[in-house]
Design a protein around this ligand. Structure first.
Ligand code: IMP
Ligand code: MG
Length: 191
C-alpha cells in the first residue's frame, strides 16, 4: 500500500500508454484543493458550470462532488482532434452553446489548455451573453512559451510539459479516457 506506480495499465491492452505523468492520488488531492479555492471564490453565490465535453467529464464528476455550493451544470461539446491525431484542427462546436447565461456567475471547466483556442472561443461565446461574471478552470495547462497570449485560466490544476497526454478524461482517437492516471502518449504515435 502507498507505493507509487511508475506505469498505468492500458484499458485496451495495447501499448499506447507511455510514462506516468500525474498519478490518481496526486490528481485526487489537487482536485480537493482546487474545489476549496472555487468554493471560497463563489461562497454564498450560485455558480453555473459550463463543462467542455468530452474531455472534462472525469474531472467534472470529481470536482462537483467536492463543491458545497448552489450549483447548476450545463455542457457544450467541442472537438479539436478528429480521429487518431495529436495535431489540433482548432475547436469545432458540435453542440449548441447553452443559452440563458445572462446575469449568471459562469465558470468554464475544461480538461486542458493547449493552444488556448477552445477556451478563447468559449470566452467570446459566453461573454456575448453578458454573464455577471466569467471565470475558467482547467485541470492541466500545457507549457507553451511560444503562445504568450493564451487566455489565463483562473484555476489551474497542474502545469504540464508540452506533450500529448491521455487518461482521466483525455483521449487519443477517443480511447484511454478511462485510464485513472494521466500518462504521456507513446512517442511513436505522436503526429
Ligand atoms: P486548445 O484549443 O489547443 O487549447 O486545446 C484544447 C482541447 O484540445 C482540450 O479541451 C482537449 O480536449 C484537447 N487537447 C489538447 N491537448 C491534448 C492532449 O494532450 N491530450 C488530449 N487532448 C488534448
Ligand atoms: Mg476538450
Amino acid at each position: 500500500m502507498g507505493k507509487s506506480r511508475q506505469t498505468s495499465s492500458s484499458p485496451s491492452g495495447d501499448d499506447a500508454v507511455g510514462r506516468l505523468l500525474v498519478s490518481r492520488d496526486t490528481i485526487a488531492s489537487r482536485v480537493d484543493a482546487l474545489a476549496g479555492q472555487i468554493a471560497c471564490e463563489y461562497a454564498g453565490r450560485e455558480v453555473t458550470l459550463l463543462a467542455v465535453l468530452t474531455g472534462a467529464v472525469v474531472f467534472l464528476a470529481d470536482l462537483i462532488r467536492r463543491l458545497p455550493l448552489r450549483l447548476k451544470l450545463t455542457v457544450v461539446s467541442v472537438r479539436s482532434y478528429p480521429g487518431e491525431t495529436t495535431k489540433s484542427r482548432g475547436p469545432d462546436f458540435i453542440s449548441q452553446m447553452p443559452s440563458g447565461l445572462a446575469g449568471k456567475d459562469v465558470l468554464i471547466i475544461d480538461d486542458i489548455l493547449d493552444s488556448g483556442q477552445t477556451l478563447g472561443a468559449l470566452l467570446r461565446a459566453v461573454g456575448e451573453q453578458n454573464p455577471s461574471s466569467l471565470r475558467t478552470c482547467v485541470l492541466l495547462r500545457k507549457d507553451r512559451p511560444d503562445l504568450p497570449d493564451r487566455p489565463r485560466p483562473n484555476f489551474v490544476g497542474f502545469e504540464v510539459e508540452d506533450e500529448f497526454v491521455i487518461g482521466y478524461g483525455l483521449d487519443f482517437g477517443d480511447l484511454y479516457r478511462n485510464l485513472p492516471d494521466i500518462c504521456v502518449l507513446k512517442q511513436g504515435l505522436v503526429t
